[in-house]
Ligand binder design. Sequence first.
Ligand code: GDP
Ligand code: IMO
Ligand code: MG
Length: 429
Amino acid sequence: MPNVTVIGAQWGDEGKGKVVDWLASRADIVVRFQGGHNAGHTLVVGNQTYKLSLLPSGLVRGKLGIIGNGVVVDPEALLAEIERVRAQGLHVSPENLRVADNAILILPVHSAIDRAREVARGDRKIGTTGRGIGPAYEDKVARRAIRVCDLAEPETLDEKLDEVLLHHNTLLKGLGAETFEKQVLLDRLLELAPRILPYAEPVWERLDEARRAGKRILFEGAQAVMLDVDHGTYPFVTSSNTVAATAAAGSGVAPSTIGFVLGIAKAYCTRVGSGPFPSELHDATGRLLGERGFEFGTVTGRPRRCGWFDAALVRQAVKVGGIQGLALTKIDVLDGLAELKICTGYRIGGEVFRRLPAAPRAQAAAEPIYETMEGWSASTRGARNWAELPAQAVKYVRRLEELVEAPVTLLSNGPERDETILMRDPFEG
Ligand code: GDP
Ligand code: IMO
Ligand code: MG
């Protein structure tokens, strides 16, 4: 099984970018299959830090990057990101970046609706990135979305904009926000078309050829299982499926092509935006994790909420996400803590649960049940293999493996590429 699919196993920002970058050296193609520029993947390579939102992380390794049909593409954001990474010395051209011609476009109306709706929600806001992700996916299933291929057909754009604006301007008016003029949007799309279309193609065909030629494909997930629109902490989720199965539908390949599913989990837990987080810490330890882990949103700069590792949640993510092995990241952030807690389940209204129930009030009421472990004082930074890790850190990892019912196949002990300990090569299955 030569391919690997990487997904987040918590609420995002687990270090998917770093792990994908590291694995990309063994891959031929890296594919994004869902989400959009709500994602923020950080790669630290020597003295350069790359923050990628839409571009597949493999581009940094000089690999072919593919943006699949399951991704929602803001053409302005895509072009701006290409310019940004070019300024950092990366080569990006239609030779090494392909975009699915049937991917959905995010338009300025989508981010306007996203932001206006968040304001209207008040205290019950989701805490979205405001980038129009949800409204763009809504347009997709409502069958009115504009797709990359439509940029080649001015008449199609003209017709579709009528339908898009009939819907969204009505909503914007109702929300008391500014409406959009069709001609302005049309002119801008026609301006962007010649800059986007050279990247467009039916990527499923290229992926099929690659698969038949025995090329190694790495599928790069965004967000995480607990933000999945079906399996996450709904409604505090993103608007796409983030589980591994989406890699197939979101890029146009057979389910068997997704290969080994590697889930990424932090050695503790973070979340940006609103929603339940049973093991959240509101004390000095939470602040310490945030400071040591530099836990600020890559996209929005918001401080991330921090808490203990939630094994009940990751176990659930392993099951519904199809995770076969875990990459455990940021173990170094726990160095020097005298005591560590692991959430093993929840108490809700006197009942004990080993999983997070689906209903929102039950989720909000979930009290964590903790198991306590001794920490370690030595640094995990610099360890290049299992044997060089503090014994207590190994014990902690072993206990997590038992609780989440999945093996830790990769350990990350620092933000840099080579601060990675491999236990089992995911490309070997
Ligand atoms: P992603 O969205 O899953 O790709 O994760 P982000 O890039 O948004 O956030 C992860 C952050 O943790 C980034 O700043 C990474 O550079 C950093 N990081 C990744 N792995 C490690 C690690 O093992 N140790 C430390 N200290 N930082 C890490
Ligand atoms: P990466 O790929 C963390 C969160 C937002 C919000 C919710 C819905 O870097 O892990 P959206 O704009 O998608 O409608 O917002 O999802 N969210 C993320 N949180 N990491 C991400 O991506 C996220 N993408 C969206 O904060 O709570
Ligand atoms: Mg991120």
